[in-house]
Design a protein around this ligand. Sequence first.
Ligand code: MG
Length: 285
Amino acid sequence: MEKWPIGVFASVDAGLGIHLPVAHELGISTVQLHAPHGPSRSPQHAERFLAEIKKYHITLTAVFGGFDGESYADIPTVEQTVGLVPKATRAARLAEMKEIANFAKLLHCHVVALHLGFVPHDRQSADYREVVVVTQELCDFVAKMGQKLHLETGQETAEALVQFIDDVQRPNLFVNFDPANMILYGTGEPIAALEQLGKRVHSVHCKDANWAKNPGKEWGKEMPLGEGEVDFKKYLMTLKKIGYRGPLTIEREIPQEPERQKMEIAGAVTLLKRLRDELLDTPTI
Ligand code: MG
């Protein structure tokens, strides 16, 4: 694969991504896919999807898990509803993540990813230990199929995420870095966080955001790429510095406005291509 191919977050019938024909129209060569709903994870649906990406010359680079009942309404709601952390739904969602990994295998995809949720802060607590154990179980399950697990950033500081990954101790556990999420959740300056996560970063989102007035207490605001407070030139320079070679997957989460979503993703493609060409031509920075 070329270095830093442009990607986009895509959806079939669940999640906030764009549909494949739109990705194709925008000339995008890779996608991360939000896992479709259960009934759409059949071998027949997988075949259809594979035929579609082949037709469009698109490479699938990751399948993202997401669950019914998750809400990103505000930070406390995320804490209560997102990922494998909430206890009431943990077992069912672990089982569903395994199904999603099976579906990813049908799609010949070697990366599954998710928002794990807010990892408890006290490393000595039983709650923390339980989240470590459930993550280990998921890593071991996907490892048997030759897959890696990528954790989306946002809910943790880079430091806490490094510590958590070290505690899980699995060789197939990595990070999907999202600079905008660091700002939206108020968990740290994105460039410094990316440097700190370094080699653990095996996939990235290109999304922009503005800081909230009270970071960590209220949401920041997602912005069109290039209009927010992520410095994309520095972001790409830092990706180069840490040796990241994978896709630059654009995420713009406004599916309620599909025309605007498409237009703003097109703008992001142009900006990223320009920066990429500039930086890849520079041997040392
Ligand atoms: Mg993201």
